[in-house]
Structures are given as structure tokens and as C-alpha cells.
Design a protein around this ligand. Structure first.
Ligand code: HEC
Ligand code: HEC
Length: 297
């Protein structure tokens, strides 16, 4: 994976001397630990799946498997009922809140308030990394080459059974710290270059931009205002029902019909059924819809 950042030579060589992590920007110890944890394929049951498997930088931090409507867990044939959203730019979603209009949170229904809360889920999810207990996860980390770094960041006796909950929380906050780094918010698309007056749209791109922000009203939800205090993320962080029908291809994978209630399921309120978190559209070309990848082969 080539994720070398153009940073000053001195900083680069220092980091290369003192770290073995995949990224060469200056990481804090906790970010580095998060990097190891995020990219480790040995923490699932059985080994073979990590966060990176479903949130791959080469695919906009979403699922590289584009022939399936949803993501497959570490056990072949076990499917979740939703597709992986991008883990990049996820840091910009504010904490889930009900006050002043429902917004924010992680997951399609916002049910994890923060990135750290979110990161506690996948290790123990039967259709993802499939561990049965927190202790099983921490026991695996104790066997990894970065175990000493884990103890340094997460406290003395991090691997003692009595500290399992503290260590599990620290695992999640470390992953969230890594997910807050520049790796997950590059802002290096052509759109950003155009917004900074360093490039210009082709006529076709310009037409798309005019439609997006004009007649087609995409920016009504996928906010695209340049020059506001906030970087352009193409989301209003809110939940909307845009009338996406059930995906019948999913029924065969799950072995049963499934209608996703979205936000209504999380809030247990049928009036919110069918509302989903408005995703940011960054790197969207790296993770096209199923039909595009299927018919372009
Ligand atoms: C088997 C595939 C799979 C694995 C492994 C996996 N995820 Fe996910 N991830 C998903 C799916 C599917 C969702 C959406 C689930 C939902 O909305 O209920 C998701 C949602 C997320 C989100 C929310 C993004 C948003 O905008 O709402 C983040 C962040 C995330 N995952 C990070 C992680 C981290 C960190 C790990 C490792 C600890 C991980 N994922 C492991 C499939 C996976
Ligand atoms: C009323 C708000 C709203 C408007 C207007 C809107 N969208 Fe969306 N968009 C959403 C929501 C919510 C989702 C997620 C829906 C879901 O998963 O069921 C979404 C999903 C998407 C996705 C898929 C993103 C992903 O990660 O899977 C794309 C691409 C997209 N919209 C582009 C557009 C374009 C282009 C327009 C204008 C033609 C547009 N949207 C108009 C709210 C909106």
C-alpha cells in the first residue's frame, strides 16, 4: 500500500527510523497503534479479516468486493444486511443527536454516537470479525508484534484479564484516533483543486457541477458550498428517506426477505422508517454501485 505523504525530509526520516507502521506521516503512539489494529487481519475468528478488509483505502475506504450488494464476514457465506460505507471522512459526522433535528452518528442509522463507539462493534459481530468475547480480542492483540506499543498506550497490565474492558475501550479509541488522521481526510480530489483555483473543470464536469448544485438539487442534501467554515463534504449529516426500494438480491444472501427500517429501527419509531444517514460523496468513484461494476466487466 502506497500511502507515503509528502512531508519534510527530516520528519520523514525520523518517522521511518522510529516506526514500522504503514504510514510515514508523524503519528502519535496512539495513532500508530490504531494503524496497526485497523490493518491487522489476525484479530478475527478465524484470522483473515480486519477493518481494512471492508474499508480499503484503494476503494475509497469502502468494501473492495463490488459484486455483492452487502459485505461478507470472515466466515464465508455469512453476510451482513448492509453495505460498507466509507470510513474516510467519517470523522466529520458530529456525534449523534436528537436535539435541533436528528443528525450525525456512525452507521447508516446513526446508532453509534462516535467513531470510538463504532469501533467496538466489528470485532464481536458474527457477520464481521466473529470473536465471541472482548477477552478473545485482547488475547489476540497480546500475541501481536505491536503488543508492547499496546501496553505503552493502553496502560500497564493491559493484557491482564481484569483489565479487559479498559483495554477493549483503548483498542476502540486508538482506532478512532487513527481514523482521525490525514490518511482519512486527504482532500486531494480534482474537486478540491478546482475549489482552490488550481485546476478547472472539463466542460462535462462543469455541466455536472451545474446540475448538482442547480436543477438536480443534489446539494439540497449533499451540501456542496465552497468557502464556508466547513470543508465540502457533500452531506448535511442528516437522515432522509429517498425511497430506495428493498434489494431483492439480498434476500438470497440472507436466506430471508429483509426490509431495512434504517433510522426507524434504531429509534424504534416507525415514522423514521426508511430514513438513512446521508453519506458524504467523497471518493465515490472508487466504490461504484453494484450494477456498474457488474455490467462493465
Ligand atoms: C465484514 C465487513 C466489515 C468489517 C470487517 C468492518 N466493517 Fe465497518 N462497516 C461495515 C458495514 C456493513 C457498515 C455499515 C453497518 C450499518 O450501517 O449497520 C460499517 C460501518 C462502519 C463505519 C461507519 C461509517 C459511517 O459513515 O457511518 C465505520 C467508521 C467503520 N465501519 C469502521 C470500521 C472499523 C474501525 C472496523 C474494524 C474494527 C470495521 N469497520 C470493520 C462493514 C465492515
Ligand atoms: C433528500 C436528500 C437527498 C437528495 C436531494 C439527494 N440525495 Fe443522494 N443520498 C441521500 C441519502 C439519504 C442517501 C443514502 C440512501 C440509502 O442508502 O438508502 C444518498 C445516497 C447517494 C449516493 C450513494 C452514496 C453511497 O456511499 O452509497 C450517491 C452517489 C448520491 N446519493 C448522489 C446523489 C445525487 C447525484 C443527487 C442529485 C441528483 C442526490 N444524491 C440527491 C440523500 C439525498
Amino acid at each position: 500500500m502506497n500511502r507515503i505523504r509528502p512531508i519534510p525530509l527530516l520528519a520523514t526520516s525520523l518517522v521511518l527510523l522510529f516506526t514500522t507502521a504503514a504510514n510515514s506521516y508523524a503519528q502519535t503512539d496512539q495513532e500508530q497503534l490504531g494503524d496497526f489494529l485497523y490493518n491487522d487481519l489476525q484479530l478475527s475468528e478465524p484470522a483473515g479479516q480486519g477493518c481494512v478488509s471492508c474499508h480499503d483505502p484503494a476503494f475509497g475506504f469502502a468494501d473492495p468486493e463490488q459484486h455483492l450488494p452487502v459485505s461478507e464476514g470472515v466466515i464465508p457465506g455469512r453476510f451482513g444486511n448492509r453495505n460498507s460505507p466509507s470510513a474516510a471522512y467519517a470523522m466529520f459526522f458530529p456525534e449523534f443527536t436528537l436535539t435541533g433535528g436528528i443528525q450525525g452518528g456512525q452507521f447508516w442509522d446513526g446508532r453509534a454516537a462516535t467513531l470510538a463507539e463504532q469501533a467496538k462493534g466489528p470485532f464481536l459481530n458474527l457477520v464481521e470479525m466473529n470473536n465471541t468475547t472482548r477477552g478473545q480480542v485482547i488475547g489476540k492483540i497480546a500475541q501481536r508484534p505491536y503488543a508492547a506499543l499496546f501496553e505503552q498506550v493502553c496502560g500497564p497490565n493491559a493484557f491482564a484479564p481484569v483489565n479487559v474492558d479498559r483495554s477493549y475501550d483503548c483498542t476502540a479509541t486508538s482506532i478512532a484516533a487513527f481514523e482521525g488522521t490525514v490518511v482519512f481526510k486527504r482532500f486531494t480530489s480534482k474537486f478540491d483543486a478546482v475549489a482552490a483555483n488550481q485546476a478547472s473543470f472539463t466542460p462535462q464536469e462543469k455541466e455536472g457541477w451545474d446540475l448538482f448544485t442547480g436543477k438536480a438539487k443534489c446539494d439540497h442534501c449533499h451540501t456542496a458550498k465552497v468557502g464556508a467554515n466547513q470543508p465540502v463534504l457533500f452531506t448535511d449529516f442528516k437522515f432522509h428517506n429517498i425511497g430506495v426500494p428493498e434489494n431483492r438480491e439480498l434476500f438470497a444472501l440472507l436466506g430471508a426477505p429483509f426490509t431495512d427500517p434504517g433510522l426507524g429501527g434504531f429509534l424504534n419509531d416507525p415514522k423514521d422508517n426508511g430514513k438513512f444517514k446521508n453519506p458524504h460523496l467523497r471518493d465515490i468513484e472508487m466504490n461504484p454501485p453494484l450494477y456498474l461494476s457488474r455490467y462493465s466487466d
